[in-house]
Ligand binder design. Structure first.
Ligand code: BGC
Length: 321
């Protein structure tokens, strides 16, 4: 049960699950929650999966706090639940979590921002930056933001970085639904209110889709994007092109093939009655329990290491040549 297609990784995952489940001899059923009425539709889809006899349900939650009823129904029917990429919260009925290390993603974004400011702003500190975070209904959003702020907050405190709009609280920085148009209009307002004469040196963007919206806004406001550091995540095709063209500064490579493979391995273990592999039993407290997690390592990508990072990727590799 996958959410709406807010980034390319979700689209890719659906196809990989279909093929991978079939190749491993499982009967798979891949469903996406449609863009409208997403939460209710996903609840209905999960309920129907239980009724139709699913043994394991892999969930990329639209709203990780609103699946309690459906997961109780699943638990009562003996169905195992794997939270995929996004944690499911406030329920004991989630058995495993498989994802890239989200806190690490945030830290890498924070570090990339500092590195980019140094490399391309053309001046020494202090640097003016703005902060964006993801959708509040996605448990990942706060983890990405906290990871980044662990790196950035000390630099804000010592005056190296200045958030000129004053918007540093996660609620102020949020991007509802991970929708590009929401990030673009917030960026438009910030540029108008705060940067009509001042320069903006960098933007913490939680993913590629939002990074491109932020870049569009900055360009429309007449800013020189080659001097501004904008971070990202997901290694989306258009963002990799933008990085190679010297516009977006960084992205994060979270190899969807590897994440789906790990998930398939967990399903296979469950089928054999074995414990799936986990490597973290302390980080992901969902409010009711600590969910045993299998965390993969994210990779930061800039123009500098893109060729190396995507060497084995048939789509992205050629873009770096
Ligand atoms: C994923 C990101 C993605 C975002 C929007 C998050 O939960 O971890 O990779 O950019 O959702 O789709």
């Amino acid at each position: 049960a996958l959410p709406d297609k807010t980034s390319e990784n979700w689209v890719l995952a659906g196809g990989l699950f279909e093929d991978g489940l079939e190749a491993a001899g499982f009967k798979g059923d891949v469903q996406y929650a449609p863009a409208s009425n997403t939460v209710a539709e996903q609840q209905n889809q999960i309920s129907a999966m239980v009724t139709n006899g699913a043994k394991v349900i892999v969930i990329g939650a639209k709203d990780g706090k609103q699946l309690g009823t459906q997961l109780q129904q699943a638990a009562d029917a003996g169905v195992k639940i794997i939270a995929y990429d996004r944690l499911i919260e406030n329920t004991e009925n989630v058995d495993y979590y498989v994802a890239f290390d989200n806190f690490k993603v945030g830290q890498l974004q924070g570090e990339a921002l500092l590195e980019g400011l140094e490399a391309r702003s053309g001046h020494a500190a202090p640097w003016n930056i703005e902060l964006f975070s993801g959708s509040p209904d996605d448990a990942n959003s706060a983890v990405f933001f906290d990871g980044a702020m662990e790196v950035l907050q000390p630099k804000i405190d010592d005056g190296t970085l200045v958030v000129a709009s004053g918007q540093t609280d996660i609620a102020q920085t949020a991007t509802q639904g991970w929708e590009a148009e929401n990030a673009q209009s917030r960026m438009d307002s910030i540029l108008t209110s705060t940067y009509s004469s001042a320069e903006i040196d960098g933007v913490l963007s939680p993913n590629d889709n939002l990074a491109r919206a932020i870049i569009t806004s900055a360009k429309q406001a007449g800013k020189d994007i080659t001097k501004i550091t904008v971070t990202g995540q997901d290694s989306e095709v258009e963002s990799v092109k933008s990085i190679m063209a010297g516009e977006q500064y960084s992205t994060i490579f979270k190899d969807t093939v590897a994440l789906v493979d790990e998930t398939l391995a967990m399903i296979t273990a469950l089928q054999k009655g074995e414990e799936p592999t986990v490597n973290d039993t302390e980080s992901y407290d969902n409010g009711v329990k600590i969910v045993p997690a299998n965390l993969l390592v994210p990779v930061i990508v800039t123009k500098e290491n893109a060729a190396e990072a995507y060497a084995d990727d048939p789509t992205l590799g050629p873009l770096t040549k």
